[in-house]
Ligand binder design. Structure first.
Ligand code: TPP
Ligand code: MG
Length: 656
């Protein structure tokens, strides 16, 4: 048997065995898609298992993350550190081979996949990053960034909206080095795709500005190779290669059926499958011939790395300044002197926090060249535009102002991809209310520990006339509930600077900035301490009796009320709580210092859901929050209508 086919069958059998042993998992995709995966990894991609973080490696994303067994089998035979034991421990606690591929957890996994469509959308961000970095750093003869981004996706990825948004963006941007292999088996969990998916995917991609290719027999490695080679040559358009496969290929009773999708084959069927492939090895054993063959393939990959190293050495000699910049990009260096200077923290007047964020972005744009970002068609409202930078477009990959179009979900997923690629600090903006549209990708930023920045403006009923469809209520609570996510709701420009400071210096936690549309005064006492998540902005004058807590635009309100309470002889402290999750990280002593247990008269005010605040006000405390949706009308009047007035806050405080 030819070595390609024997290696492909190895991948198939290892995957089926892993699923069988775990008594859980998805054998169907690996059996059907092993030939395209092997063709990519073994014949096309430049990658080196000895240097899995090689900057210029081709990126590979298994967007159909349920096929994880296939990815782990690849990582095993390509010697990325996944051992026989790891395969035997598939889907077990603390194994390197969890149910779906997890970034940071398993070497060689480029992004966490499983929620369908996300990987495909991540790949667009990665290809954008490649295009931008290539345009920024390559010289005529030294292409130090010159790689492709490959995806394997299934019918599910093609049905998901986020994939649609992302591929539309990719077509618009003409990302020629993005190549998607579509494992078209016409089967999903409930049965044939005829049940719910009858569109012509090729025509759709054609209409989106992709070049499309077709392989009718998913086992035809030569044809797959030929089509990928052709796709690589088109540098103006991303490429889709539709490859017709049979799910569960080789399984006597499940081939071509949805039964192959997500359950072990079963002992009898696995035996039959092995017979079909003339498989005689012990369980989890890679045939000797395959090992020998793979040594050569792996050595080829290593050689491509070595060649690049040589290229880079020359580049460094010829372009020392550029090389320094290149390395500072990939080390994600920060202008710390600047971030600690008055220039960064100084604002001479009160502005809305969205405007403050826009000022900060523009200050940063001078100092932080790898800052890249944009908005989902709301740049003028989100204040995300860097005035001294160019637009990123098909015509100009050098630009750093990204135009995501009205595609929030794909924006968030692409931001993940931009960060995952390496070298860049991406941000994305939209209205806070539409964080709902991005939530699945924001969740993955948090899960993957990607410190990206979400700019979420128009953060409350302060939105005003646009009404309840545009007024966030539960979004703060939603993002505060998300593990490893810092939701900041700054109360003025200085706290906005603190939020940006926190986001930029964060190594593994994404940040969301909930920012106002309306102007806010600069409050005395605000500043860098905001990075502690909660802090005293106004100290009591008389003996401490009461604590008023608030975030964002409501801090000014409690500030005013505190003065009135002090006038009545009630010592009142104002605690600004811009970021719950960072406050939680402070020491017990610090928390006690800010919120002493002995003071039970506590009132929190936030124009959003009350969920979460009782932890800080206690059962003796009170919360003024939004109980339902907002309404359409001038923002100032809405604050009155819903009780965010000095009178109401004072009254509630006096009742404590
Ligand atoms: C967003 C999302 N919705 C639902 C699921 C559950 N799910 C996992 S695989 C799958 C069907 C996928 O079909 P396809 O991509 O064709 O994969 P195949 O069955 O061919 O392996 C579904 C619905 C998921 N993982 N992600
Ligand atoms: Mg399918």
């Amino acid at each position: 048997m030819n070595m390609d086919n024997l290696t492909i069958n190895t991948l198939r059998i290892l995957s089926a065995e892993a699923v069988e042993k775990a008594n859980s998992g998805h054998p169907g995709l690996p059996l059907g898609a092993a030939p395209m995966a092997y063709t990519l990894w073994g014949k096309v991609m430049n990658h080196d298992s000895k240097n899995p973080n090689w900057i210029n490696r081709d990126r590979f994303i298994l967007s159909a993350g349920h096929g994880s067994a296939l990815l782990y089998s690849l990582l095993h035979v390509f010697d990325y550190g996944i051992t026989k034991e790891d395969l035997e421990n598939f889907r077990q606690i603390d194994s390197k081979t969890p149910g779906h591929p997890e970034y940071r957890h398993t070497v060689g996994v480029e992004t966490t996949t499983g929620p369908l469509g996300q990987g495909l959308a991540n790949s667009v961000g990665m290809a954008m990053a490649e295009a931008h970095l290539a345009a920024t750093f390559n010289t005529e003869n030294e292409k130090i960034i010159d790689h492709y981004t490959y995806v394997i996706c299934g019918d599910g990825d093609m049905m998901e909206g986020v994939g649609y948004e992302a591929t539309s963006l990719a077509g618009t941007l003409g990302l020629g080095k993005l190549i998607v292999l579509y494992d078209s088996n016409s089967i999903t969990i409930e049965g044939g795709t005829d049940l719910a998916f009858r569109e012509d995917v090729m025509k759709r991609f054609d209409a989106q500005g992709w070049e499309t290719f077709e392989v009718e027999d998913g086992n035809d490695v030569e044809k797959i190779y030929e089509m990928i080679t052709k796709a690589k040559k088109n540098l103006d358009k991303p490429s889709l290669i539709k490859i017709t496969t049979e799910i569960g290929f080789g399984s006597p009773s499940k081939q071509g059926k949805s039964a192959a999708h997500g359950a072990p084959l079963g002992a009898d069927d696995l035996k039959g499958t092995k017979e079909y492939f003339n498989w005689t090895e012990e369980d989890f054993v890679v045939p000797k011939d395959v090992k020998t063959h793979m040594e050569k393939v792996i050595a080829n990959g290593h050689k491509s790395f070595k060649d690049w190293e040589k290229l880079y050495e020359g580049y460094k000699k010829n372009n020392p300044e550029l090389a320094k910049k290149f390395e500072s990009y990939f080390n994600l260096e920060l202008p710390m002197d600047y971030l600690e200077s008055d220039e960064f923290w100084n604002f001479d007047k009160g502005v809305s926090t969205r405007v403050a964020s826009g000022m900060i972005i523009n200050r940063l744009s001078e100092k932080l060249p790898n800052l890249i970002g944009g908005s989902a068609d709301l740049a003028p409202s989100n204040n995300t535009y860097m005035k001294n930078r160019e637009d990123f477009s098909k015509e100009n990959y050098k630009g750093t102002n990204l135009r995501f179009g009205v595609r929030e979900h794909a924006m968030a997923a692409a931001i993940n991809g931009l960060y995952l690629h390496g070298g860049l600090r991406p941000y994305g903006g939209t209205f806070f209310i539409f964080s709902d549209y991005m939530k699945p990708s924001m969740r993955l930023s948090a899960l993957m520990e990607l410190p990206v920045t979400y700019i979420l403006t128009h953060d409350s009923i302060g939105v005003g006339e646009d009404g309840p469809t545009h007024q966030p209520i539960e979004q703060s609570a939603m993002l505060r509930a998300l593990p490893n996510f810092n939701l900041f709701r700054p109360c003025d420009a200085r706290e906005t600077a603190a939020a940006w400071y926190s986001s930029l210096t964060s190594k593994k936690t994404p940040t969301g900035l909930a920012l106002t549309r309306q102007d806010l005064p600069l409050l005395e006492g605000t500043g860098k301490d905001a990075i502690r998540g909660g802090y005293i902005v106004k100290k009591e004058k008389a003996e401490l009796q009461m604590i008023l807590l608030a975030s964002g635009s409501e801090v000014q309100l409690v500030y005013e009320v505190a003065d009135l309470l002090e006038a009545k002889g009630i010592g009142t402290r104002v605690v600004s709580m811009p970021c719950f999750s960072l406050f939680e990280k402070q020491s017990k002593e610090y928390k006690e210092e800010v919120l002493p247990k002995s003071i039970t008269k506590r009132l929190a005010v936030e124009a959003g859901s009350e969920l979460g605040w009782y932890k800080y006000v206690g059962l003796d405390g009170d919360v003024i929050a939004m109980e339902g949706f907002g309404a359409s009308g001038p923002g100032e009047e809405l604050f009155k209508k819903f009780g965010f007035t000095v009178e109401n806050v004072l009254e509630k405080a006096l009742k404590l």
